[in-house]
Design a binder for this molecule. Sequence first.
Ligand SMILES: [Zn+2]
Length: 489
Amino acid sequence: MKEGWEAVIGLEVHAQLNTDSKIFCACSTQFGQEPNENTCPVCLGLPGALPVLNREAVSNAGKAALALNLHINEESIFARKNYFYPDLPKGYQISQYDKPFSEHGAVEILTSERDEGGRPTEWQLKRFRITRAHIEEDAGKSVHDLGDPSKSHVNLNRAGTPLLEIVSEPDFRTSWEAYDYVGFLRRTLQYIGVCDGNMEEGNLRCDANVSVRPAGQEKLGTRAEIKNVNSLRFLQKAIDYEIDRQISLIEAGGVIVQETRLWNEKEGKTYTMRSKEDAHDYRYFPEPDLPPLEVSSEWVETLKAELPELPEARRQRFMREYELNADEAFTLTGERALAEYFETAANAAQNHRAAANWILSELLRELKNAEIDISACKISAADLGGLIRLIDDKTISGKIAKDVFADMFATGKAPGDIVKEKGLVQITDTGAIEKIVDEVIAANPKPVENYRAGKTALMGFFVGQVLKASGGKANPAAVNEILKQKLDG
Ligand SMILES: [Zn+2]
């Protein structure tokens, strides 16, 4: 950011809550159906149709609120947010306004600026406040006919899908803080199973309010809202672009107008979409067709008990307990199944460093090559731990272990069985190794002469020859020691 300026960023995230049916009717929420197949009088907004609240949507919202340290209000009120749009047949959206489902939350997350290559520079623990998270319904979709620009269609399959709108305080100062926060939200919601978090499919959508002010100034600048960015990276780039645009405009004597802007990824710019409306433009009033939503403290306690360890807490625990660095812990907690796999393997191996290394290098690479995820992996976490134990107790060498690993990955067999079947047990018997060393020395008189004349770098050659002659089974440490004795002595 330009010297002397500060950016102030607030984020609104819309998360589609995982439910089988819509929030106020029994229509399916299944994605990819025929246009307008998942509709009924309620979500079409036909006169006389009455909404009934989906209990599962409220449970999911409750879990999300608890995961974000929000206070769940015992009573919240649904309100009508009035506006006209073709994909909103009722002429209003059922949302919540002055009495939201939950409020006053905060999260502490690891965040870092990135260098030119996109690598984190320094992870810091920062606290960001969450103003509120309220429940509302999604609108439908306008589909513009690309073949015939004179035609537009409306698909109401999405109308009435339950959403949780998570509104932050304007606590973010850089685009990377916003990036890390939305990434954190996405992982957390996925972890607790309340949202798929797929930004490309619009399952999780993010709007960013961005303003700038001279560093040290209290008063906020006029903000522009960037709407519906469909990837984390685009969000980060859009915010950076918007910060630069506003600073340049003010420095050139211009004035920022309050407006909604859209990000164009191809051109790397934001564009004016419409002038931004204020809350009073929506004429909010309580929804007369729904009673207040009341939840008991017992219900909240039940939800609490159902929550798993959350990804950020787990990441920080992995750093403490397993001495992983922030990047390693981040990768290993990225998916719940992977985090659980690591812990099981680390415990089975009794060597958490080795378990982390095997997973972060070999296993993730092979999964990527095979285009499968951890849940489809044939190597059980316990067997990976078993493989590491075979190395640590010197049954097999690290080199042989890679071959055993490849075999395990392909067949799912236990490492001990593969070692036994293929006769891969490491040779640690010094007598047997000595014999091979003698053969290698006898077969290579010229290198031996050169070595003894001072070319000690040839040691690597001899080690290689002995390992090869042993079929990779000779213990490398023993080989080194015996070779040294025989060549030097
Ligand atoms: Zn319906």
